[in-house]
Write a protein that binds this ligand. Structure first.
Ligand SMILES: Cc1cc2nc3c(=O)[nH]c(=O)nc-3n(C[C@H](O)[C@H](O)[C@H](O)COP(=O)(O)O)c2cc1C
Length: 316
């Protein structure tokens, strides 16, 4: 049996990457019901900004409970290491996951061995995704007990790695370095890309952009149309937070201004929010961020079809 499926108790090694604002109980349950693993991102199901940790946690509790009503299959939740969590939001989310019986943590950020050990002691399956994938980080995570490593290439949508390592290289390097399974992330938009990831050592895929263009994703229709209408040569990449964050966007206001600001030496232009750009469908009001391979997606499909297609290369 495929090791990712065995660890996560799923049918296809297709993990839907958490996406702030645009994941929902409906999307996550649809992916899990299709045999993959759905993962709740921050603000899943939220319809407005929520202030304060207790309020946010209670909203997220409702989201988790709605997801459990829609699926009896495993699903995960997105958390961040303590170093990237100054207000304790993620810590509170992990407590919530324990209370609500969510079994899988999808961790985005740099590895802390002690944290991984404590999550494992609490019985979670831990999927570890460094922002800038590194062989050292993957080995540390493996030693600390992480179950699965995600190799993210700069082909991805969302906040991209600051390094220019592509998905194929990242996957091949990490799969060579560790003995636990590695998932490829970044530009896995169709069966061919999943097959390519498998050839270089991936035992499954970790996918965001393809699931934005699913029937169950709650991104606005205008957002989906904007992604599908963008010519592959027209995506813009700009750097923000003084080099810490990189964004690839469809060509709208923040992208255009960001590129211009970078050119003039300003490495911290505003990035715009997914709330406006993706949930509300106003690409000039926020950002609409996707993989550089988004144009290879030709149709908006149900999650069931997407999971089967991306999982096909891993069938034994
Ligand atoms: C719109 C968008 C929002 C994202 N938000 C998050 C997030 O909140 N947390 C996180 O860990 N990853 C986030 N990601 C990254 C995804 O989980 C996943 O790693 C990535 O989408 C994989 O690359 P792909 O989009 O090329 O499939 C986001 C990606 C996108 C496209």
């Amino acid at each position: 049996m495929n090791r990712v499926c065995e660890i996560l108790n799923i049918q296809y090694p297709v993990i839907q990457g958490p996406m702030a604002w645009i994941t929902s109980s409906e999307l996550v349950a649809a992916v899990s019901n299709a045999g993959g693993l759905g993962v709740l991102g921050t603000s899943a199901d939220f319809t407005q900004m929520v202030q304060g940790i207790p309020e946010t946690v209670e909203e997220m509790r409702k989201t988790i409970r709605r997801t459990k009503e829609l699926t009896d299959k495993p699903f995960g939740i997105n958390v961040f290491p303590e170093a990237a969590d100054p207000y304790g939001f993620s810590k509170a989310t992990i407590e919530l996951a324990k209370e609500e019986g969510v079994k899988v943590l999808v961790v985005a950020g740099n590895v802390s061995s002690d944290e991984i050990r404590s999550w494992k002691a609490d019985g979670f399956a831990v999927i570890m995704r460094e922002a800038d994938p590194s062989v050292r980080g993957a080995k540390l995570a493996e030693e600390a007990g992480a179950d699965i490593i995600v190799a993210t290439g700069c082909d991805e949508g969302g906040c991209m790695p600051s390094l220019s390592t592509g998905t194929t290289a990242a996957t091949a390097l990490l799969a060579d370095a560790v003995s636990i399974p590695v998932l490829a992330a970044g530009g896995i938009v169709n069966e061919k890309m999943a097959m390519a990831a498998k050839v270089v050592g991936a035992e499954g895929v970790f996918v965001g952009t393809r699931f934005i263009l699913s029937e169950e994703c709650r991104a606005a229709d205008a957002t989906k149309r904007d992604i599908m209408a963008t010519h592959p040569d027209d995506f813009l990449v700009f750097t923000q937070a003084n080099g810490a964050s990189k964004w690839r966007t469809t060509p709208h206001r923040h992208g255009i201004e960001g590129v211009e600001a970078n050119r003039n030496g300003n490495m911290n232009p505003p990035s715009g929010s997914f709330f406006y750009g993706m949930l509300q469908g106003d690409p000039d009001g926020g950002v609409n961020t996707v993989s550089n391979l988004a144009s290879l997606i030709k149709s908006i499909d149900p999650c069931e079809k997407i999971v089967r297609e991306l999982g096909a290369p891993f069938a034994e």
